[in-house]
Design a protein around this ligand. Structure first.
Ligand SMILES: [Zn+2]
Length: 439
């Protein structure tokens, strides 16, 4: 692999243990690893000019359904369960592996161009998503969905677990960038037996688990009514929280459940845009933070966001908790940057999330020659409150230059967008759903 030297960066936001911010520094990367940060004497195969630019650790989107980019804008402004029952699930029933691949590439292109170097995904046909990640060059923790019922891929949970196991077996240790895992969808779609079988398999293969928990208050009522406990307690009882677990949403946890999340070191994936759009509510992030719960940030799928823009999610995270609690001191800019970088890396034991010697090289370079970046009184403040995803110029993932001058180097961007458009048309036709495209 070609070595990369980024010279004379105006700012390096390291996210190291001391949260150092360096001025006028170089970064040298070889064989996927950051070998030097500071003043670098040697040259490299690729030399980039960092003047007027800042480097930050690649952003980590801890919850998405990447192929759902095909559904962007098809169904907005609906209630969560109606949105699922009437729009999303009918379209998903017609999904083919080919749709998934085309939608994934579009989503990954969007993620990379907006500064995200790692996605935590949960969907169907993860095999095709893994192949797409390999081709385009993104890092991906991919969870093969387990649902107690029919999906586009499988007929029942046993079949789904079997598919997930084969996926994990095939991809574990195969690639430096693809991390396979299990995705028991949610307490309301996965019964106790399926939940426990999934937890057992994840523990046997020593891989993470990704689940939706306590997203909507109606879910909490339903689980309490059926099982006599809350969704997070339900997940704990059935051993899903004994692993490296990503819990998406967590909008309605009880105090006891917050304590469970802390004790089990669960990574809570906060998805404020999705939660606002589906009107699920506002997750008690300040309370969870003060209790020592690990928090990461996610966009959720494009159907409920509708954009996989982590800088936007970072700003909204900093703002929404201040507004609803009427307290401007809640959720500081540094907390938000930690959520988008080092927290999920630590929780999942990934060697990323900071710019430090020895870490895998996932680096985003942004252009500071923009009026909204000046004057640079505080890079941390600007990164949360002023940064726009279009400021991204270069993206390095696992030591490979994937985005150069704002555009994808590894594949043809226009082809990805055209293919996704065609796949979306085909899917809508099969599902009998109409949009502007079909007119
Ligand atoms: Zn989700």
């Amino acid at each position: 692999m070609e070595s990369i030297l980024v010279r004379n960066l105006s700012i390096v936001i390291t996210q190291d243990g001391r949260r150092r911010i360096l001025k006028d520094a170089d970064i040298y990367v070889e064989d996927g690893i950051i070998l030097e940060v500071g003043t670098v004497k040697r040259s490299a195969d690729i030399v980039l000019d960092g003047r007027g630019k800042a480097a930050l650790p690649g952003l980590i989107n801890t919850h998405t359904h990447i192929p759902m980019n095909l559904f962007r804008g098809v169904a907005d402004d609906m209630k969560l369960f109606e949105w699922l029952n009437e729009k999303i699930w009918p379209m998903e029933r017609k999904l083919t592996p080919d749709h998934v691949e085309k939608g994934s590439l579009l989503g990954m292109l969007e993620a990379l161009r907006t500064g995200t170097t790692t996605i935590f995904d949960m969907y169907f046909f993860e095999e095709r998503i893994a192949e797409a990640a390999e081709r385009i060059g993104i890092r991906a923790l991919l969870s093969s969905s387990i649902i107690d019922g029919e999906t586009p891929e499988t007929k029942n949970w046993r079949e789904a677990l079997n598919v997930a196991e084969n996926f994990v077996k095939k991809w574990k240790g195969k690639s430096k960038r693809v991390i396979p895992s299990f995705g028991p969808h949610a307490p309301y779609t996965v019964g106790p037996e399926a939940m426990e079988a999934t937890a057992e398999a994840a523990s046997r293969y020593d891989v993470p688990v990704h689940i939706h928990l306590s997203e909507d208050s109606r879910e909490v009522e339903q689980i309490k009514h059926t099982y006599g406990v809350g969704p997070i307690e339900y997940a704990e009882i059935h051993r899903v929280l004994d692993l490296k677990t990503i819990a998406a949403h967590v909008v309605w946890p009880s105090d006891e459940e917050i304590e469970i999340l802390r004790r089990k070191k669960v990574l809570v994936s906060h998805n404020p845009v999705s939660n606002m759009k589906t009107a699920a509510g506002v997750a008690p992030i300040p309370k969870m933070l003060s209790h020592g719960v690990l928090i990461g940030l996610g966009t959720d799928g494009a159907a409920s966001n509708n954009i996989l823009d982590m800088p936007e999610t970072m700003k909204l995270t900093a703002l929404i908790h201040k507004a609803v609690n009427r307290d401007p001191t809640l959720i500081k800019a540094q907390d938000v940057i930690d959520m988008a970088t080092i927290n999920p890396a630590k929780a999942m034991n990934l060697e990323i999330g900071s710019i430090e010697v020895g870490k895998r090289a996932d680096i985003v370079i942004i252009d500071l020659k923009k009026p909204w970046w000046r004057p640079i009184h505080s890079p941390i403040s600007h990164l949360v409150y002023s940064f726009r995803s279009t400021d991204v110029t270069h993206v390095i993932v696992d030591g490979r230059l994937v985005i150069e001058e704002g555009h994808l180097k590894t594949m043809d961007e226009n082809e990805i967008m055209e293919n996704a458009e065609k796949a979306a048309m085909d899917l809508l036709e099969r599902a009998g759903v109409r949009s502007f495209l079909s007119e």
